[in-house]
Design a protein around this ligand. Structure first.
Ligand SMILES: Nc1ncnc2c1ncn2[C@@H]1O[C@H](COP(=O)(O)OP(=O)(O)OP(=O)(O)O)[C@@H](O)[C@H]1O
Ligand SMILES: [Mg+2]
Length: 196
């Protein structure tokens, strides 16, 4: 399974998603994370050697890729339309994280026009969803479904652990905080949907 994580908008949780899905998939079969972002956020996250899976750059990917069952590709924000076509063509599933914020949803809906036209296999993931009493996650989901988009049932809550985990070089499953576990369960649910 080759999964690519992309978005037009920056800061919507692409790298967080790529790292956590790679950690989930690694529990099932050997998984490689390809860091396709020049900022190298995923590579920096991996620097302490505490992640359970291997992280390489795109330049290294051709050599490593054949040794792995699953590959997760993290990308940089704001791809050109041509880049997006190539990204969609280069994977089995394109994951498009978005927060429930109106501006992020707006950017996503523009991305999706292009993808639908291409007949790409993509699925939207709601990330950084604020806790109740905010209803923004629920409202965003309704809007996306009404627009006819495929949306993961699983979604990712807004949790401080997601901000802190990279500083410790771990995934939230290994982050010492009780609430972090519910963040991991979110990515577990999404991982199950991917492999279903
Ligand atoms: N579920 C979450 N809860 C709280 N904070 C989160 C969550 N997911 C991501 N973040 C934080 O939001 C910020 C952006 O996340 P991330 O780096 O994963 O996004 P990105 O889309 O890869 O950004 P970029 O476009 O810059 O590559 C980071 O500070 C990250 O720690
Ligand atoms: Mg990133």
């Amino acid at each position: 399974m080759i999964v690519t994580v992309a978005s037009f908008k920056g800061g919507v949780g692409k790298t967080t998603t790529a790292v956590h899905l790679a950690a989930y998939l690694q529990q099932k079969a050997p998984t490689l994370l390809v860091d396709g972002d020049q900022n190298r956020s995923a590579s920096t996250w991996a620097e302490g050697d505490k992640l359970s899976f291997k992280v390489v750059t795109e330049a290294q990917a051709p050599k490593y890729i054949r040794q792995y069952e699953h590959v997760v590709i993290d990308t940089q924000a704001r791809p050109e339309q041509k880049d997006l076509e190539a990204l969609a063509d280069g994977c089995d599933l394109l994951i498009l994280p978005t927060t429930p914020k109106a501006l992020d949803l707006d950017a996503l809906l523009r991305t999706v026009d292009v993808l639908s036209a291409l007949g790409a296999n993509f699925k939207v993931l709601l990330t950084i969803v604020p806790p109740l009493p905010s209803r923004s996650g629920e409202e965003a989901r309704k809007l996306l479904v009404a627009a006819g988009l495929p949306v993961f049932e699983g979604e990712i809550k807004r949790l401080v652990a997601f901000e802190r985990a990279p500083l410790m070089g771990v995934v939230v499953n290994d982050y010492p905080d009780q609430r972090a576990q519910s963040g991991w369960e979110g990515y577990e649910a999404v991982g199950k949907e991917i492999l279903a």
